[in-house]
Design a protein around this ligand. Structure first.
Ligand code: SF4
Length: 430
């Protein structure tokens, strides 16, 4: 009989007004589990895996050419605190009965690791905890991830045995009494079908934008070992991944030490895979050399952080990127062979200082560059200066109120939010 501990890995369903598979994978949890490869027996239940046999191949869940797509969902009533938000609330992810059936069939687990992501998605985490408790009451339940980090005291109230905050996993190894192997890649083999993978070359970000939680979660900027990241890329490709999304928050920082040598390896070893950057890239760092090697290395979609064309707003929120730098970056990417339709600039909508942002002007500026714009709804994150500034408007201690759909509506009103979103759709079509 095996003496290895049995570990259940769960990526919970998403309770939200909207959700889309923008290369979403529970990377933190899979990375932690990977470090225990060979030392434990694992079972994965990923509620939002669109390759799950029950939905794979169905027309409405088909992926676009870069591996993105819609989730299965059920409409549910809005939670009480969001009842005034005139949008449908939904539960995205496989039906609850499927997990119950899975738990019924499985032998008890020693531990269950649950990935948490957005703070306002905790209802899904709560649902998973309830179900595990019902079928395997002795399983030790462990939460890690963004919600567990940013709303630790809240996360401690929803029934887990251990809450891990931040990226130091020592308390986890101690609790499980297993020694990790830090060189191991994430546990990608736990998916029966893997078409999309995730990679990180770095942790954290050297900037400190006033609306952002990255520093709170990751601490200081730190590169990972290029060799390990490259081995993980090869591993995912061998398992069949066609699209890889980088989850880095500052992928282009110190490129000559990190991204460039990584991509040189990708090119020399003739790795053919589509690379994507769902987290905003800092346009300021895109030189013509960097744009060239990114395109040659396989980058297909480029998401650039822009936020606003107002210089005043740019200065006040951290001087991340200025209009000319965005125009320059787009030019370099275009010359390197990137498709303009696959370049997107993110702009925040519903920020508490949005009167200074001149959003409409910025949207037109983005459009004038020939690229797509995307409105990134502002979410007030506790502990960040801009999130804390919203305390007088909403109950920041209730994570559901961090909802990025709700906040712009609270801030700008329903009609103005719709007007701006319609304008964005219109600009992207023309
Ligand atoms: S550059 Fe991006 S990741 Fe870094 S602090 Fe600003 S918003 Fe956050």
């Amino acid at each position: 009989m095996s003496m290895k501990p049995r570990i259940l890995l769960v990526n919970p369903p998403i309770y939200d007004f909207a959700a889309y598979d923008f290369w979403l994978k529970p990377y933190g949890m899979l990375s932690a589990a990977g470090k225990l490869r060979g030392k434990a027996d694992f079972a994965l239940f990923d509620y939002i895996d669109r390759q799950h046999p029950s939905i794979a191949g169905k027309k409405q869940y088909k992926s676009d050419r870069w591996g993105r797509g819609t989730f299965y969902f059920e409409k549910i009533p809005n939670p009480d605190c969001l009842v005034d938000i005139p949008r449908y609330y939904r539960r995205f992810g496989l039906p609850r009965a499927m997990f119950e059936e899975f738990l019924r069939d499985e032998k008890p687990f020693d531990f269950a690791l649950i990935q948490t992501t957005m703070t306002y998605w905790y209802l899904g985490v709560q649902e998973v905890i309830e179900d595990i408790r019902k079928f395997h009451p002795n399983t030790k339940i462990i939460l890690g991830g963004n919600y567990a980090t940013l709303c630790r005291s809240h996360a401690e109230t929803i029934g887990a045995d251990l809450v891990i905050s931040g990226i130091n996993l020592e308390p986890l190894w101690k609790y499980m009494n297993i020694t990790p192997d830090p060189k191991q890649p994430a546990l990608w083999e736990s998916y029966k079908i893997l078409k999309t993978g995730v990679l990180k070359l770095t942790d954290g970000c050297p900037f400190n934008c006033t609306y952002c939680s990255v520093q709170k979660v990751y601490g200081k900027f730190k590169p990972r070992h290029i060799e390990h990241s490259f081995a993980e890329l090869e591993f995912m490709c061998n398992l069949g991944a066609k699209n890889i999304a980088f989850y880095d928050d500052a992928l282009l920082y110190k490129p000559e030490e990190i991204l460039v040598p990584f991509l040189e390896k990708v090119i020399t070893k003739k790795i053919k895979v589509n690379l994507h950057t769902p987290n905003a890239l800092n346009a300021r760092f895109i030189t013509s050399e960097l744009a060239n090697i990114m395109v040659r290395g396989g980058f297909k979609t480029f998401y650039l952080g822009f936020e606003s064309s107002s210089a005043k707003w740019q200065k006040q929120t951290g001087s991340k990127v200025f209009s000319q730098e965005l125009a320059q970056a787009v030019e370099h990417l275009k010359n390197a062979g990137a498709n303009l339709k696959d370049i997107t600039a993110y702009q925040i909508i519903g920020h508490p200082n949005s009167d200074m942002q001149e959003l409409e002007e910025s949207m037109h500026f983005v459009h004038s560059l020939g690229i797509r714009g995307m409105l990134a709804d502002f979410s007030p994150i506790p502990g960040t200066p801009d999130g804390e500034a919203c305390r007088n408007m909403i109950n920041l201690d209730e994570p559901l109120m961090h909802s990025k759909t709700a906040f712009p509506i609270i801030m700008l009103g329903f009609d103005e939010t719709n007007r701006l979103k319609d304008l964005q759709r219109h600009l992207n079509r023309n």
